[in-house]
Design a protein around this ligand. Structure first.
Ligand SMILES: Nc1nc2c(ncn2[C@@H]2O[C@H](COP(=O)(O)OP(=O)(O)O)[C@@H](O)[C@H]2O)c(=O)[nH]1
Ligand SMILES: [Mg+2]
Length: 505
């Protein structure tokens, strides 16, 4: 389990982790000396004897919080929101909370710190304040633990709650392809380049080959650490350090923000459709085509936002939107992202990735918006597919879906109503019923052609394709004709296509 801390500066985040783990605050000097196990800002401790190692993220400062939160958020299972009993809820408490809500971190617990400094009546007030703060969001009713990190009072109750959470942590998506968002890279003498990050999906083993960054340089995993311990495999939800090697791989070629993914998953895109939520506290409405910073994993990319359902978005509202990115983003369906203003100083809102390979044309069409609704409302490829196909008249490329959902073909359980059509340019998926309708339409159009052009033997393929004006790319159209020719529904004479006499008249 990975636990992140959040809360206003000086409210006692670091002191609390010290009380929970028994480990002293800033260990960075020491960590630096330990080679590959270096993981700045993280500490690992068992919450009780024999419990697995829990990773705690604690970074000093507000800006660093934001950046680390954005970077590590996918791996965080639980947030400890720390509110000091004397100050109560402060501006950074609100902003941190807004960010963890946007990022979709599954659970939160609240520590009311510095209880040794206040009277019981004040503590009660702050607890009410916190309840009200959380009430409208996903953490409504989150448990609160009044405590003092100095005297240790109340810390054990929180520890117990963390141990319970540890036991219930959701099983992560280990089935997809491995995804690591690189947050640091450094050289270790004797080993070479080491990168650290949180594994967002899948599993990696020593010896695997992965592609690095947008250029997709192939690197081999020579060795790895998971949750700060040497290991042969690491999987989603763990903090990972990978020792990577490739011909002429220099440290300068590896950057924070790079991804490591298997070859089949490597497909950075510059148009990403999302569901955008504007923070409730935003004072200005968000205008179509505003410039923003997009944070996803450890990536920070500037972009413009095309609103798809209107010209502006008011505080607290949601809308489908398309990110027009200035650099490619390696995203998959369901990823959470955060948008900050043009100067990357203020959090505006966030979103959920729906389609990392969004179309540039017809992006606001009814059909497209229907697809986006399906993508918003379903998590699983299998659930989404029939509805996606219903609004994809030209079929869908399965390789695209593999990357969009981070699911290799062999793991799919295709619903019966889905048809796999082989074309000269690879496979396409269609709704079985739609494919039959398309065949009917081609036959009708061919009959109409004969009516209109009685002097001609028939059209050739391309002429029929133009004449029929079906929403099919040429390879799919050719496959469709081949099926019709094969079962005798249409006939041919040289390049000319014709209706068999009996059927046409
Ligand atoms: N009396 C008291 N002081 C605390 C408590 N927790 C933290 N502090 C003090 O508050 C200050 C800020 O704490 P720190 O953990 O650095 O806050 P952070 O910025 O949220 O990490 C330090 O001087 C701590 O000793 C507490 O429960 N009781
Ligand atoms: Mg601190």
């Amino acid at each position: 389990m990975i636990v992140g801390t959040a809360g206003h500066i000086d409210h006692g985040k670091t002191a609390l982790l010290q009380a929970l783990t028994g480990q002293a605050g800033d260990q960075r000097q020491e960590e630096r000396a330990r080679g590959m196990t270096i993981d700045l800002g993280y500490r690992y401790a068992a919450l009780s004897e024999g419990a697995p190692l829990t990773g705690f993220i604690d970074v000093p400062g507000h800006e660093r919080f934001i950046h680390n939160m954005l970077a590590g958020a996918h791996g965080i299972d639980l947030v400890l929101l720390v509110v000091a009993a004397d100050d109560g809820v402060m501006p950074q408490t609100r902003e941190h909370l807004a960010i963890i809500e946007l990022l979709g971190i599954p659970q939160a617990l609240v520590a009311i710190s510095k209880c040794d400094r206040v009277e019981p009546a004040r503590l009660a007030d702050v607890q009410v304040q916190v309840s009200e703060l959380l009430a409208p969001g996903p953490y409504a009713g989150a448990r609160q633990f009044p405590l003092s990190s100095i005297s240790g009072e109340g810390v054990d109750a929180l520890r117990q709650a963390l141990l319970e959470a540890e036991a219930n942590v959701r099983a992560r998506a280990v089935r997809g392809g491995f995804r690591l968002a690189v947050d640091r890279a450094f050289a270790v003498s004797g080993a070479g380049v080491v990168v650290t990050g949180t594994a967002l999906a899948g599993r990696v083993s020593a010896g695997d080959t992965l592609l690095l960054g947008k250029a997709g340089k192939a690197v081999r995993v020579r060795g790895l650490h998971a949750q700060n311990q040497a290991s042969l495999v690491a999987e989603a939800g763990q903090r990972v350090a990978l020792n990577i090697a490739a011909e002429r791989l220099a440290l300068e070629q590896v950057h924070r923000g790079d991804w490591l993914v298997p070859e089949w998953l490597h497909a950075p895109g510059v148009r990403v459709d999302i569901e955008l939520s504007l923070l409730p506290g935003e004072t200005r409405t968000f205008e179509h085509f505003s410039a923003v910073h997009v944070h996803l994993g450890t990536q920070d990319v500037t972009a413009r936002v095309a609103l798809l359902e209107g010209e502006s978005l008011a505080a607290g509202q949601r809308m489908f939107a398309q990110l027009l990115l200035n650099a490619p983003l390696q995203a998959v369906h369901g990823d959470r992202l955060v948008l900050r203003d043009q100067r990357a100083q203020r959090t505006l809102g966030g979103g959920k990735v729906l389609d990392p390979f969004a179309p540039s044309r017809q992006r606001r069409s009814d059909e497209r918006l229907r697809q986006l609704q399906v993508l918003r409302d379903t998590e699983e490829l299998e659930q989404a597919l029939p509805a996606l196909l219903a609004s994809a008249p030209g079929g869908i490329d399965p390789q695209r879906l593999e990357r969009q959902f981070n699911r290799l073909r062999e793991t799919w359980q295709l619903p019966e109503e889905v048809l796999v059509v082989a074309t000269r340019q690879g496979q396409l998926l269609f709704a079985t019923a739609k494919w039959h309708v398309l065949k009917q339409q081609v036959m009708e159009q061919l009959a109409r052609f004969h009516e209109q052009e009685p002097d001609q033997l028939g059209p050739d393929r391309d002429r029929l394709r133009r004449f029929a004006a079906l929403p099919l790319e040429r390879p799919a159209f050719v496959s469709l004709l081949d099926e019709l020719l094969e079962d005798g529904s249409i006939a041919s004479s040289g390049p000319w296509l014709l209706c068999p006499i009996i059927r046409c008249n």
